[in-house]
Design a protein around this ligand. Structure first.
Ligand SMILES: NC(=O)c1ccc[n+]([C@@H]2O[C@H](COP(=O)([O-])OP(=O)(O)OC[C@H]3O[C@@H](n4cnc5c(N)ncnc54)[C@H](OP(=O)(O)O)[C@@H]3O)[C@@H](O)[C@H]2O)c1
Length: 245
């Protein structure tokens, strides 16, 4: 399958590291015009140095509503449209519930879930006008199974699944598809802090007997964003090497 995104404008948030970075590079490789955003300008600079395709970087904190509006206006002024949004920005603040502060809860919900709401709301306007668009949100298997020590993260990722289904229904009449992926254990900075013992335990529960890499996700994301997935909306695609059945 050869997926080509020539002349498509793709906005990837959380693109300075990990999963978002791999997705941004993959879209650029497939011919898209990519807007890669995150907070760290330094990491974004490194990304644009290694990217072979058409990548434009932009500093943006997805919890800053005013900045989202402002940056979208800049993107529309320069590129006229956004065809595809991938919201990969995300954080964890793992703690058992008794020790979880309001700030631990709020920061995870704001970064992981509210950002998806804000970006989808702002982008739905130009997409509805164009009667075309694709939104891909990032959930997690944790949003399906739950996990001790991750009540905030699990709630944010379960929220992404419900948000995806609702937006899919609401935006379908305007030819906008909304789907999410639910990755399992992917080797990135987010999972780097886990001990070898815990990793081994997780791997023992993965049918393919290995952890995933960010590159394991890029084919599925491009498929969902492409015309090959033209009749798919409101879905959660689990990409976990066989953890959740
Ligand atoms: N790794 C896994 O096993 C796994 C599994 C399932 C789902 N996921 C999800 O996949 C997504 C990417 O995770 P990852 O593993 O690639 O994590 P990561 O390596 O820690 O990268 C997180 C990315 O999000 C950005 N980010 C964080 N807070 C932000 C904010 N307020 N505004 C803008 N950007 C922000 C970071 O950039 P800056 O720090 O430069 O802003 C970075 O680019 C997250 O939604 C995560 O929940 C990960």
């Amino acid at each position: 399958m050869n997926i080509n995104f020539q002349n498509k404008v793709v906005w990837v948030t959380g693109a300075s590291r990990g999963i978002g970075r791999a997705i941004a590079l993959a879209f650029a490789e497939s011919g898209a015009i990519v807007i890669a955003s995150a907070r760290s300008e330094e990491n974004l600079k490194k990304l644009s140095e290694i990217a072979s395709g058409n990548i434009h970087t932009m500093a943006l904190d997805v919890t800053n509503e005013a900045a989202i509006t402002e940056k979208l206006a800049c993107i529309i002024a320069q590129f006229k449209k956004v065809d595809i949004l991938v919201n990969a920005a995300g954080i964890t603040r793992d703690k058992l519930i008794m020790r979880m502060s309001n700030d631990d809860w709020d920061s995870v919900l704001e970064t992981n879930l509210k950002s998806a709401f804000l970006l989808s709301r702002e982008l739905s306007r130009p997409m509805m006008k164009a009667r075309s668009g694709t939104i891909i949100l990032i959930s997690s298997v944790i949003g399906i199974t739950g996990n001790a020590g991750q009540a905030n993260y699990a709630a944010s990722k379960a929220g992404i699944i419900a948000l995806t289904k609702s937006l899919a229904k609401e935006l379908a009449p305007r030819n906008i598809r909304v789907n999410c992926i639910a990755p399992g254990f992917i080797e990135t900075d987010m999972t780097a802090g886990l001990s070898e013992e815990i990793k081994e335990k997780i791997v023992s529960g993965i049918a393919l007997n290995r952890t995933g890499t960010a590159d394991d996700l890029t084919g599925a994301v491009r498929f969902l964003a492409s015309d090959y997935a033209g009749y798919i909306t409101g879905q959660t695609l689990i990409i976990d090497g066989g953890m959740v059945y």
